[in-house]
Design a protein around this ligand. Structure first.
Ligand code: GSH
Length: 212
C-alpha cells in the first residue's frame, strides 16, 4: 500500500485528491507542521527537505507534488489523469499547464503567504505584497483566457493539471486574493465540487498520526 505523508489543506491535498480520483488504496499520515514533525530525524530520513507531500510506494520515495501526481497518473494509466507519452502533444500540453500553475500561478501566492506567516519574522518583507498580487493577477488572466471556452485545461477531459489549478485557486480564495475573472470562478466551483476532492478533504479530518 502507498503512504502519503502530508498535512491537511497543504500541497498534500492535491496528492490525496489524485489518489481519490484514481480510487487507490493509501495510508495518509499526518505530519504536524505546527508541531515541527517535519524537522524530526525520523521525517528528515524520509525527506531531507523537511516538507510535505511525500509519497512512499514500497521502497520508492517521491517528493514534489507535481512529480508525485504525474507518477500516479502514469502508474494508473486507465485513470486518464495524465496523458501518456504515446500522445506527445497532449502530454506536452499537460506539462505546460502543470508547470505554469506551479511556477506562475502558485509562486506569487506562496510569496505572499511566506512573507505574511511562514518565514521567520526578521526575513519577512511586507512591501512585497503589491508585487505578488500584480504577478498573480497576470497569471490568473492567462488561465482565464485558456478557460474562457473550455471546461478543462488539457484535452477534452479532467486531468491532474486541473487538480493543481483548482487547488491553487482555492488557495487564492482562502488568502482573500481575488481570482478576478468569471471563467475562473466558475471553473474553480465546478472542479472543486468533484466527489474525489470532497472525499480527500473528508479524509483529511482523520489521518494516521506521524510517529517520531
Ligand atoms: N514544491 C513543493 C513544495 C512543498 C512545500 O513547500 N510544502 C510545504 C507545505 S504546503 C511544507 O512542507 N512546509 C513545511 C516547512 O517548510 O517547514 C511541492 O509542490 O511539493
Amino acid at each position: 500500500m502507498m503512504t502519503l505523508y502530508g498535512s491537511p489543506g497543504s500541497r498534500s491535498t492535491r496528492v490525496a485528491w489524485m489518489l481519490e480520483e484514481i480510487g487507490a488504496d493509501y495510508d495518509y499520515v499526518k505530519v504536524n507542521l505546527r508541531r515541527g514533525n517535519q524537522h524530526s530525524p525520523v521525517y528528515l530520513a524520509i525527506n531531507p527537505a523537511g516538507k510535505v507531500p511525500v509519497l512512499v510506494d514500497d521502497d520508492f520515495v517521491l517528493t514534489e507534488s507535481a512529480a508525485i501526481c504525474t507518477y500516479l497518473g502514469e502508474k494508473y494509466p486507465r485513470s486518464g489523469l495524465v496523458p501518456p507519452p504515446a500522445e506527445p502533444r497532449l502530454r506536452a500540453d499537460y506539462l505546460q499547464w502543470i508547470f505554469f500553475v506551479m511556477t506562475e500561478l502558485e509562486q506569487p501566492l506562496w510569496t505572499l503567504w511566506k512573507h505574511e506567516a511562514v518565514l521567520p519574522a526578521e526575513k519577512r518583507l511586507p512591501q512585497i505584497a503589491p508585487t505578488a498580487h500584480w504577478e498573480f493577477a497576470a497569471a490568473a488572466r492567462i488561465l482565464a483566457l485558456r478557460l474562457a471556452r473550455r471546461e478543462y485545461l488539457v484535452g477534452d477531459g479532467f486531468t491532474a493539471a486541473d487538480i493543481f489549478a483548482a487547488e491553487t485557486l482555492a488557495w487564492a480564495r482562502k488568502a482573500d486574493v481575488p481570482l478576478g475573472h468569471g471563467p475562473l470562478e466558475r471553473y474553480a466551483d465546478a472542479v472543486l465540487a468533484r466527489p474525489a476532492h470532497l472525499r480527500a478533504r473528508e479524509r483529511e479530518r482523520n489521518l494516521t498520526p506521524f510517529k517520531q
